[in-house]
Design a protein around this ligand. Structure first.
Ligand SMILES: [Mn+2]
Length: 410
């Protein structure tokens, strides 16, 4: 499709926030993890130049300048200037951490950067050769939820874009004569497609938490002469959290475990060859309980081996954690025993057999606030989580109360 108009859209860079969620950070990955948000942002500026886009839309939360300091301000200025030299405009609306009035008054932004205020909604006409080819109606984040109706524009406006940060009533977006809603404020990518409008949260271009899994991207929009447009995502992340599950027999050997991890690491490396993959392994055993699989020495050896074997380069698969799920079931005779372990397992069994038995958490005075809501919230678990929690509770009991059996069987 011949491009009449082409732009990039991104948000939630949070340059001041490095990647977290690792209990130990190896020296050779420190810089990679700390610089990842900057590298993703730099890739977006590089894309804007190589793709020769008309403009870049930034929908807020680029950086908390107080935390990002001079490095963040100098980085943004330098990158904006690169686009300025090529005549590429930047339209920026503030999010909750990068409100326009937080930008230091003494540092002037280059002429290609248009910043939208948070207090009102403003309109910018984007021109090429003196002719308006797009209209950007923008506003920074405001704690009072804005209505999509506030961004309404005339039907004959050239390709109309709303640029804003926060949560909106998406159902009302379709009727506002806006062709593209460039949104920010969500870290997970999300697209709302209606026939005549698209509302896009590009998500953060670089995940920073174990829960932000998979690839992260920025959004490219290409509009043709007739006004039809195509939205695509372009990966720009250099570090990725990819949690992995492995199904293993309870009677697996240490070598079986290594083989399963090695196969998966090779697959992960080929899927993200020029980046760093961070993995929390969850091993799901099947078959009759075998305590050998939960041997502490095995665990230590496996973790050290996985890190040494696959985690040593910048484009590595780094194992953050290996966790082994509780067994499908414990030996039946343990439930019959006239021991503390037997009593404990029978108590867990009653909760497994009767879903109406609620988890009653004791009053824990260390927590301030409305205790009732805390406890009722914490006590409410869905059926799948409930079963896993009870299996873990049973396993915790076994670890404390069945040391001799564990040792004998090992
Ligand atoms: Mn954010």
């Amino acid at each position: 499709m011949a491009a009449h108009l082409k732009f990039l859209h991104s948000s939630d860079w949070h340059l001041d926030q490095p990647i977290t969620g690792l209990t130990e950070i190896p020296a050779h990955l420190k810089k990679t993890l700390a610089d990842a948000p900057y590298r993703a942002a730099e890739s977006i500026f590089a894309l804007a130049l190589s793709e020769k886009v008309d403009f870049l839309l930034l929908a807020g939360d680029l950086v908390d300048l107080e935390k990002g300091g001079p490095r963040a301000a100098a980085f943004l200025l330098g990158q904006f200037e690169r686009l300025n030299e090529k005549g590429i405009m930047v339209y920026w609306c503030g999010g909750s951490v990068d409100q326009p009035d937080r930008w230091p008054a003494a540092i002037e932004l280059p002429a290609n950067v248009v910043v939208f205020p948070s207090t009102m909604i403003e309109q910018a006409a984007h021109k090429r050769n003196g002719k308006v080819i797009a209209t950007i109606i923008g506003s920074g984040y405001e704690s009072r939820k804005r209505s999509p109706v506030d961004f309404r524009c005339e039907a004959e406006t050239p390709f109309s874009i709303a640029l804003c940060h926060g949560e909106f009533d998406t159902a009302a977006m379709a009727a506002q004569n806006i062709r593209y809603w460039a949104l920010g404020g969500r870290h997970k990518r999300g697209v709302l497609d209606k026939t005549t409008t698209s509302a896009v949260y590009p998500g953060t271009p670089q995940s920073r938490l174990p829960g932000e899994t998979g690839d992260h991207s920025c959004t490219m929009v290409v509009v043709d002469e007739s006004g039809r447009f195509k939205v695509s995502e372009i990966d720009v992340d250099s570090v990725r959290w990819c949690p992995q599950k492995l199904s293993i027999a309870e009677n697996a050997s240490l070598d079986d475990l290594k083989t399963a991890i090695a196969d998966r690491c090779q697959k992960l490396r080929s899927e993200f060859a020029d980046g760093l993959t961070l993995v929390k392994w969850r091993i799901e055993p099947h078959g009759s309980f075998n305590p050998r699989l939960r041997n502490g020495d095995w665990h230590t050896e496996l973790l050290a081996w996985a890190r040494l074997e696959f985690g040593q380069s910048q484009h590595a698969v780094w194992t953050a954690r290996i966790a082994i799920d509780p067994p499908e079931s414990l030996p039946g005779e343990w439930h019959e025993e006239d021991t503390i372990l037997g009593d404990f397992l029978r108590a867990v069994g009653r909760y497994q057999a009767d879903a109406s038995l609620a988890f009653v958490l004791p009053t824990y005075k260390a927590i301030d606030g409305d205790e009732d809501s805390w406890y009722s919230e914490l006590s409410r678990v869905d059926a799948g989580d409930r079963e896993l929690i009870l299996k873990r509770a049973a396993m915790a009991g076994v670890e404390y109360l069945a040391r001799s059996e564990m040792a004998e069987n090992a």
